[in-house]
Design a binder for this molecule. Structure first.
Ligand code: HSE
Length: 432
């Protein structure tokens, strides 16, 4: 093993600056752990002349990726530039040139993880990506190492800080979606274009990665059924509150026997559920294992230094593997062939808010419909809607097959008594 390990950094934005800062500041600790010095020798940037708030301490800045990817002195490449296509090309080239790779890029890993892990294995290289899911929470290593002796059957993740911030403020302050989104953008919690966060795509990428590792079967992004929070209203959240629920955007991966189900959607959780107390921009992943039972991992899901801690921990892992000469084993071939549940096999409780005519027979029509489709009701709340001749009806079902529930939604639209189905959400977690 060399005295000094050379690292090439692709990207010097927020996360890249955090990585430089951590490696500089933790040199003694790194040396103690891996037995050698670690130096970032070259950094790929988009502009050479730019004022930066990080000391690059002798690292050479370059705008040519090959200065890093083709440099035989560089042992490890850290990709924190983001984006998909260029990042994919650079990571592939690094691996083919026998450089170990650490990436923070969830988009890259969710879309091209299989190909990249294969390339890593073929070239005897490590490819680690702890920072790609929930940044500062070491969840990937918890799944693949900490819980490796168990059989994980369910993961529920609040893995998007933007939506958690928005739902927290809407719930706690009774404010509307648009107003809170605008505030989140002004405070820098939400992007100028928030689509990927609020429509659940960011969370879908993360739950695809979690599902793949937790269940040891390759979950593609297209396998994730996705809906976001942009149509959630203050009224929905007020009724959730009255019934003792907290709404969160949750990535769910669950399996029964050999079949899995993966989704991202706004979910109602009983107030006493561990995930219900995860507020603002924080992330948490609830993991259920057959032997261990309930566990939960909580922390910051974004940010310069939290993300950098995950990246540098991956680097430490690469260096420990180098010392033991065991690199190239990170691409664990999934144990199982993917089998997904059909909608007949996915069971959940549902919350439904309906505006219906306030007249004799409305309730009978509703309960008849549910009973004909063999869906049992757990909670019912009815309130008059002032001066409208309508009633607000909230129903929470017992567990039902998703296909049956979708059938109920279709039939409700046809009922003469029902004016509008205002909203419908999945309910998870047992009442405690
Ligand atoms: N945009 C993400 C979030 C952070 O709001 O949590 C990066 O994955």
């Amino acid at each position: 093993m060399k005295d000094v390990i050379s690292v090439g950094l692709l990207g010097l934005g927020t996360v890249g600056s955090g990585v430089v800062h951590l490696i500089d500041n933790h040199q003694d600790k790194l040396k103690h752990q891996v037995g050698c010095n670690v130096k970032i020798t070259k950094i790929l940037v988009s502009q050479l002349e730019k004022k930066r708030d990080v000391q690059t301490n002798g690292s050479r800045l370059t705008i040519n990726p090959d200065d890093i990817l083709e440099d035989s002195e560089i042992d490890v490449v850290i990709e924190v530039m983001g984006g998909i296509e260029s990042a994919r090309e650079h990571v592939l080239k690094a691996l083919r040139n026998h450089k170990h790779v650490v990436t923070a890029n969830k988009d890259l890993m969710a879309l091209h993880g299989k190909e990249l892990l294969q390339a890593a294995a073929e070239n005897g290289c490590d490819l680690f990506y702890e920072a790609s899911v929930a940044a500062g929470i070491p969840i990937l290593r918890s799944l693949t190492e900490g819980l490796s002796s168990d059989r994980i059957t369910k993961m529920m993740g609040i893995v998007n800080g933007t939506t958690n911030y928005i739902l927290t403020k809407m719930s706690q302050e009774g404010r509307g979606y648009d107003e809170v989104l605008k505030e989140a953008q002004e405070l820098g919690f939400a992007e100028a274009d928030p689509t990927s966060d609020v429509e659940g795509l960011d969370a879908a990428r993360k739950i695809a990665i979690l599902g793949t590792l937790g269940f040891s079967m390759h979950i593609d992004l297209d396998d994730v059924s996705v809906s976001g929070i942009s149509s959630v209203t203050a009224e929905d959240l007020e009724y959730c509150r009255q019934l003792g629920y907290t709404m969160k955007l949750v990535g769910i991966a669950s399996r029964t026997e050999d079949k899995a189900e993966v989704s991202v959607e706004p979910v109602l959780l009983p107030d006493a559920h561990p995930l219900a107390s995860v507020h603002n921009e924080f992330n948490a992943i609830y993991v259920y294992g057959e032997a261990v039972g309930e566990t939960m991992f909580y922390g910051p899901g974004a940010g310069k230094l939290p993300t950098a801690t995950a990246v540098v921990s991956d680097l430490v892992e690469v260096l420990k593997n180098m010392r033991l000469d065991v690199n190239g084993n990170s691409a664990v071939i999934p144990q199982f062939v993917k089998k997904l549940k059909t909608e007949d096999e996915v069971f959940a409780k549902y919350f439904l808010r309906i505006h219906a005519k306030d007249k004799p027979g409305t309730f009978a029509a509703l309960t008849t419909l549910f009973s004909e489709l063999e869906i049992s009701l757990e909670k019912i709340l009815q309130l008059p809607l002032k001066n409208s001749g309508l009633a607000e009806i909230i129903i929470v079902t017992h567990k039902a097959a998703k296909s049956d529930y979708k059938n109920v939604l279709r039939q409700l639209d046809l009922l003469e008594e029902v004016v509008d189905v205002k909203s419908s959400y999945r309910v998870e977690g047992d009442e405690r």
